[in-house]
Design a protein around this ligand. Sequence first.
Ligand code: ARG
Ligand code: ASP
Length: 732
Amino acid sequence: MMNFGGNSLFLQQKFIQMKKLLFFLAVILLPYYGLFAGEGMWIPMLLKQLNEKEMKAMGMRISADDIYSINNTSLKDAIVLFGRGCTGEIVSDQGLLLTNHHCGYRQIQQHSSVENDYLTNGFWAMSKDEELPNPGLTVTMMKKMEDVTHQVLEGVNEEMTMENRKQKIKENSDALIKKAEEESGYEVTIKDFFIDNQYYMIYNEIFKDIRLVGAPPSNIGKFGGDTDNWMWPRHTGDFSVFRIYVDKDGKSAEYSPDNVPYQPKSHLPISLKGIEEKDFTFVFGYPARTSEYLPSFAVNLITEVTNPPKIKLRETRLDIFSKYANSDPKVRIQYAAKHAGVANYWKKMIGESKGIRRMNGIERKQAFEEKFMVWADIVKGNFGGIIPTFEKNYGEMEPYSLASDYVREAGLGIELISFAARFNNLSEVNKETSDEKIQSLVKAAEGQVKSFFKDYYQPIDQEVAVALLKLYRENQPADFRPEVLNLIDEKYKGDVEAFVEMLFAKSIFNNEAAVNDLLRNFDHRSVKKILKDPAFQAYESMRDFYEQKVGPHLQRLTAQNDSLQRIYMKAQMLMQPEKRFYPDANFSLRVTYGLVEGYHPADAVYYDYFTTLEGILEKEDPNIYDYVVEEKLKTLHSTKDYGPYGDKDGHLQVAFVASNHTTGGNSGSPVLNADGQMIGINFDRCWEGTMSDLMYDPDMGRNIAVDIRYVLFIMDKFAGAGHLVDEMTVIE
Ligand code: ARG
Ligand code: ASP
């Protein structure tokens, strides 16, 4: 166990000592004090205290209370977590919800077939009875949050072991949650902030009947596809429309045809006034994860050690997906969501590693660490051990992190093997397993078979398997990889193709009928069949390797680093008392703010802050799937039929960028103006700024939003779904 902290009295004394040294420190720490414009993801409840003044100085005309209030209706009542990874916002008094096209992508895809291809053609419910239910999809609305740090940390002290501390915190939290849930009737969670230094209790209402209302065709909703993804200038109409349904009493309920549209406390007004450069904006949503306070060693591990092989493995898969998708429309639909999923973080990782290099991110962290060591020495706390211990731990972590990435990205990147892995529980069925248990496992498996095979195309997977296994063998040492890879040498003389040939010929997991057969009358012979299956054996080999040689070390080191990071976080705050800190993103509701502004991505290049329909026509290429332009859109362009959605110069603006600090999860978030009116839907970041999850660069950090006028234009003029616009509160 490590102990670099101290009790609070000790810290207070250190704090006083430290203040005396402030002058000296202020000089050596100068570059770290200035808060960058645009940086920060702020807790809505604390805006009044920490940010309101600055927001107003930047141009905001509403108050912090208008954004978040527990006593009065505020904007926060219109913001929801969409599914488990995006943000959505309510825009009408009938529960109409906006989010991104890429956030509703799975749902749109699941309702699509070659005959009814909503991905390609779009989908618009012309009346409420045409809206499509999506079992499993939820929308979560935060009711309130409370600081419960003292209660959570009751009985916790710095002398405790890591395990005891965790245990105590869990006990305290569970008791608090139980009580709060009983009293409030909401779902309650406790989240840690500033890396286990603060805790907030969050009360949520969860809606379960969410229906698809509309989506533009992919050549609007995903215009530019993965080619333009993470990049500016952008011309994507990345939005989709859903609606929340509740039971007759207005309470959240599972899907029922009798459910009715939800009447929210508040919905966002929409502005058609548009934007000017330097306008104040803010983004209100659910950023998922950032790690701004890591030591240099961690940033090095991510950007220099683990990103590069992951990038290579994903690239290999994507090339194969694309080859097949381009020649077969059925395969294109089957692999659309998979391709998008793999491609998204592939490109993000490239941008992130590049960005950190360009900013000299590792060197900057190292310089800070040197100053930190000087400070630690001066305050004579126990902080001096933090940096060297990090160095040792992250060094030790390298081979394990890589091994884990290879299992995940190379081994389980083979669909046959990851599908076989889902039969792990059934493979453990034995005499002691109750019939009831077996039935429920079989049922769960049955539920997955259909959807897996709907989107499975063996020739792709087989080619992927050969390519990934080759890379795996080339890049991981024989004594530090799953046994199955060495089998290729022993039994197949190193011939990966021959091994894969056998794998796909002998396994039953690439054959829907055979899998259904296996599940029918499941008994001990079925268990044997699973255990003898070569794809399942390949999975087992990877699982055992991970569980025996990788997982335990990784978990031990991660736990140590987490515990260390908590103390390092606290120490960074003590060291820089003048700096206004924001907690890393943790999937809780946050506000980020900045200005509408363009940027210089490279020497001699300047990117303007908005794009227009003209740009879509510039990019048009009927031969490239990502750049096909709908005829109807071209007609609307040539007749300049923009209705109230065009700008004063006669253009139709499509997307814009602003310096709001956002991350994954912020997709679908509303971008609001100085009056708290919606002007866009956030959907991405600029590539040059994607390292912002580790280090924010005010010069390059830009979020990308689709202009709300383009969204309404597509609904109204393009799709003829003006009745949806009529539901909204539109301010001209
Ligand atoms: N990069 C954006 C985000 O991280 C959009 C992803 C979806 N678009 C795509 N072309 N894959 O989610
Ligand atoms: N596109 C991301 C999302 O889906 C947003 C981002 O990473 O900037 O949340």
